[in-house]
Design a protein around this ligand. Structure first.
Ligand code: TXA
Ligand code: MG
Length: 336
């Protein structure tokens, strides 16, 4: 199959593919998603096949807005409504009870709940409206690889496996949406993202954070949490304190060629000649989050690299989302 790169004025063609049961990758403010008609079980099964995704890991349902959610979700309480009003469209996914029989089991994994998301990208909302159906929308990467933040990343992983990618440039946030389980009391953050607990609690009161790091033999709360994620070919090691980079480099160079994933301030202090393989995270946690996945992918271009030393940030606000992804890429390995 030839995979087309569609321009912003080609939304109608993307919608025609979705209606025909084919797969189209779409832009969002977080990462690119892999779209298919969420009401078509055959199309949904192809999404699992294209990503190589385990079939017990349910998919996000991407909707055009709160009106469309009401057709599929039960339990739209005043708190849920308040979240719609404040954060949608935006990087917040809500787990809600499903109206029985409205979504195929291929989408929900047989759970009584589903995760609903209304992305801020205008093209994608147009795409859903024109297709006339909600779309499943997992990240448009090969399962286990970093999520795609450009159409090129999507094509790198999925060329020949999907009909098209709708290209709207680089994504803004860089990590996937915050997932909040609104089917339990108090609500629980299952995955941290750009909407933080500090944003949520003023609107809906007490919120818990599921900060448990899942071991290999446990049954996790969000099904996706048990799989290895965001992993480049080299081993990632997190350097918590920027002042430790020099020491960490000495240690890592004993094992083979080293890549550096750090802010400009840290990179400038290292010996630039020795480190041909380095990727800048910019200068703060916002730019670092925006560039993290592209950076992890960058080092796969150089198969010699054995260890990637990656800069840590304080795990609060957006920093919590950044560290959550980086810890998964590193398998929780720290230099200290
Ligand atoms: O920003 C995002 O959310 C991106 C963009 C493309 O929209 N999408 C995304 O989808 O990250 P995905 O499939 O890669 O991650 C969805 C996560 C998975 O970890 C899945 O296990 C969890 O949501 N999930 C889906 N349904 C669930 C449910 N009913 N209860 C708990 N977790 C659920
Ligand atoms: Mg994903």
């Amino acid at each position: 199959m030839e995979t087309l790169r569609l321009k912003p004025d080609q939304v109608a063609q993307a919608a025609a593919f979705i209606k025909a049961g084919q797969l189209v990758a779409f832009p969002t403010e977080t990462v690119y998603g892999l779209g298919a008609d969420a009401t078509n079980p055959t199309a949904v099964k192809q999404v699992y096949a294209a990503k190589g995704r385990p079939s017990d890991n349910p998919l996000i349902v991407t909707v055009s807005g709160p009106e469309q959610v009401a057709q599929y979700a039960a339990g739209i309480t005043p708190k849920v409504q308040a979240l719609f009003d404040r954060f949608w469209p935006g990087p917040l996914t809500l787990v809600l009870p499903v109206k029985p029989g409205t979504l195929p089991k291929e989408v929900t994994g047989g759970l009584r709940t589903a995760a609903f998301r209304n992305p801020a990208d205008k093209l994608t909302r147009e795409l859903i409206e024109q297709a006339g159906v909600p779309m499943v929308g997992p990240s448009a990467n090969t399962s286990g690889k970093p999520s795609p933040t450009t159409a090129d990343h999507v094509l790198h992983d999925l060329t020949g496996k999907i009909a098209a990618v709708l290209d709207d440039g680089q994504t803004k946030v860089g990590v996937e949406s915050t997932i909040v389980d609104m089917s339990v009391v108090p609500p629980v953050i299952l995955r941290p993202g750009a909407v933080s607990i500090h944003d949520l609690e003023p609107i809906i009161g007490k919120v818990l954070i599921n900060s448990h790091k899942v071991g290999a033999n446990e049954v996790p709360k969000a099904p996706g949490m048990k799989y290895k994620h965001y992993a480049p070919n080299a081993q990632v090691v997190i350097v918590r304190d920027p002042a430790d980079f020099a020491k960490a480099i000495d240690w890592a160079e004993g094992k083979g060629p080293v890549g550096l994933l750090a802010t400009d301030a840290v990179l400038e202090k290292q010996d630039a000649v020795r480190f041909k393989s380095q990727y800048s995270l910019g200068d703060d946690v916002d730019s670092a989050t925006h560039r993290l996945f592209a950076g992890l992918r960058y080092f796969d271009l150089n198969p010699e690299i054995k260890i990637i030393l990656a800069q840590g940030f304080t795990p609060d606000g957006l920093g919590l989302a950044y560290m959550n992804r980086l810890e998964k890429a590193a398998g929780l390995q720290y230099f200290d």
